[in-house]
Design a protein around this ligand. Structure first.
Ligand code: G3P
Ligand code: MG
Length: 249
């Protein structure tokens, strides 16, 4: 394998959904805020609109983070783009739109950040979501740049990503410690494992590192905890508060 990037796979501090404690999650201002706070990279969630366009969005429904209602998977891009994804977070964020994945990636390049694109399919859309994410990356991501790291809780999405773009690195996202995580990571040829801080133990972290994976831990907003986790071998901390964590590790 030709190593083209001197930088490690994962930056130490990755802003979660941008900088979700300070700006509305999964929006362009949130990505800018992560940069301002000193993150080396950003994580965000990519999901498809009804008409199959990847946008940044976490939930299956519009209700919590926009002024819209109903499932994202049943809303067309045109209608999603009319929504306000900032007002729920505070009046100063009024009229912040739901971004296209394409625009988010272009901004990440402009800000010179690393990126972890979490493929977050609505149920039943695992394959097409991965395919569309990979397609957009192929269209906008500069070839000479360290590629986006794709992660997902959905093995079907990681497999589809592997088939569509084997050259893009993949990370297996886990919640608790499931039996068989190691064989899953191996079969999907993942380079990293992304664990929930609530469930990670020192022993499990050591096992992940021994197996040769980079280790990312989410969502860590407490600087003391971030230091403990890096002591266990975590390569990256995914945080809503990049400023606080960057000062601690
Ligand atoms: O990628 C880490 C983290 O974002 C996974 O959980 O629910 O915040 O997308 P969630
Ligand atoms: Mg996420």
């Amino acid at each position: 394998m030709v190593v083209r990037w001197a930088a490690p796979l994962l930056p130490r501090v990755i802003g979660h959904r941008g900088a979700a404690a300070a700006a509305p999650e999964n929006t362009l201002p949130s990505l800018r805020e992560a940069k301002r706070q000193g993150a080396g990279g950003v994580e965000f969630d990519a999901k498809l609109t009804a008409d199959g366009v990847p946008v940044l969005f976490h939930d299956e429904t519009l209700d919590r983070t926009t002024n819209g209602r109903g499932p994202v998977a049943r809303t067309r891009l045109l209608d999603i783009r009319r929504l306000d994804a900032g007002l729920w977070f505070g009046p100063e964020w009024r009229r912040t739109p739901v971004p296209l994945l394409e625009d988010a990636l272009k901004l990440v390049v402009e800000l010179d950040l690393d990126v972890n694109v979490e493929i977050k399919p609505c149920p039943g859309r695992e394959v097409e979501t991965a395919q569309q994410v990979v397609r957009v990356i192929g269209q906008v991501w500069p070839r000479e740049r360290k590629p986006p790291l794709l992660s997902s809780f959905a093995p079907g999405s990681l497999l589809a990503a592997r088939l569509a773009a084997p050259e893009l690195p993949r990370g297996l996202l886990l919640w608790d410690d499931p039996e068989g995580w190691a064989s899953q990571a191996r079969e999907l040829a993942c380079v990293s494992v992304h664990c929930a801080e609530q469930y990670l133990t020192a022993g499990w972290a050591a096992e992940i590192k021994r197996a040769g994976y980079a280790l990312a831990v989410y969502t860590v907003n407490d600087p003391v905890r971030a230091r403990v986790l890096t002591g266990w071998g975590a390569d990256a901390i995914i945080t809503d508060r990049p400023d606080v964590v960057a000062g601690a590790i």
